[in-house]
Design a protein around this ligand. Sequence first.
Ligand SMILES: O=C[C@H](O)[C@H](O)COP(=O)(O)O
Ligand SMILES: C=C(OP(=O)(O)O)C(=O)O
Ligand SMILES: [Mn+2]
Length: 460
Amino acid sequence: MTPLLDLPSAHAVHTGWRSRPAAQQPAWPDPAALESAVGTLTASAPLVLPRACDLLKSRLAAVARGEAFLVQGGDCAESLDSADTAAVGRTASTLQQLATVFGYMMSLPVVTVARMAGQYAKPRSAGTETRQGVELPVYRGDAVNGHAFTAAARAPDPHRMVRVHRRSGATLLLVRAHCASEQAGPGYALDALRKFAAGAPERARYEALTQEIERAGGFIGTGGGWHTPGELFMSHEGLLLDYESALTRVDTATGRPYATSGHLLWIGERTRLLGGAHVEYFSRISNPVAVKVGPGAEADDLMRLIDRLSPGDEPGRLTLVARMGAGRVREVLPGLVERVAAEGRTVAWVSDPMHGNTIGSPSGHKTRRFDDILDELAGFFEVLLGLGAHPGGVHLEMTGDDVTECVGGGAGIGFADLPERYRSVCDPRLNRDQSLDLAYRLADLLDAVRPPGGVEEARR
Ligand SMILES: O=C[C@H](O)[C@H](O)COP(=O)(O)O
Ligand SMILES: C=C(OP(=O)(O)O)C(=O)O
Ligand SMILES: [Mn+2]
């Protein structure tokens, strides 16, 4: 597909955001190097095609209507240096297993989206990091600089964006191979859940639940937890506007511009300023988009954001990801959900129970308590169901690997265990068992949270 920098509509996409304040952008030290990287990306192949973005939008429209559930998850930050290609398959498998449990729990088809093939840029709370009196630029993700604490590694290098594009293309090939294999078939996820339940501390309850899932076999008339067998979409935070803009292409069939770096892009909590560059760029692309919504969000601002990002109120276009913290979700979320409903806007509400619950461990690791994550998720369901709205999905930082980054869960990971297998270069992820624990525990809790008529009744 040709990059249409010379068409007026595309031109507006490439230039519109440049006159707005762009938060959280790297201070690229060498303008010529930036120009060269952007030129390479502009001439590079798209990673996803508009038609697949439209398909995801139609799936998310079902979520917004209360007819499907979204399971989205993956690393906080992908790593360019990781040689472990099989990790992609393990995370995809875990997402499918989560989709199987959540699909059963909600009696709905599940739309599955990975934080993958582009999740390489991080917004940070501070611009620098100081260790033993040495102050260096903060790590902003492998798309920008290196994680090692040296001046050379921490210098932003725009060529990293080109490496991210290439690596993301390779990741997509791995994902496609995985999704086309028997490992993405309907029986595989159930088998994995059976084994997980048999080894879980709460074995009796988990095995009973797994049997219910099996009995409901093909509960949604599709395969193994996926909405459609093997259907896994890619997403990342659209943070680096130089990268996103250079990979924007016009769909020649419709004349509409799309970000071709991933099917779904989201705007983070730190960059959703109404007059900012991110909202401007996102307002011009045709992909389905999401916005993180933190505990400080005001209903008036949120409505203006919805007007900017989804002026036509097209179902599936906009997903709102509440990330309030376990202690705030029950207090802050109801007002926002009620206001959006009162104004008749069509959005999907999803819970990110990770980012409002980050704490420091005594060893200095960023971590999160499993119980806080579960509590925020339970609060999200209570709020939405209590208002007769649809709890549309979960957005998790997780991996298919046995890392020790979050504390708690069935295996009882404690603060002292964190250094053992803390592999994240940014935020702590739920490991594979903790991810499944979360789904099983929530399914149990929902029996108590669900109103007498069940989810179906609450939605009427
Ligand atoms: O997902 C990312 C983090 O939450 C974000 O980068 C902020 O982390 P920080 O407070 O360590 O900068
Ligand atoms: C930075 C992230 O989230 P938020 O914008 O909600 O803080 C993230 O999802 O990694
Ligand atoms: Mn994160």
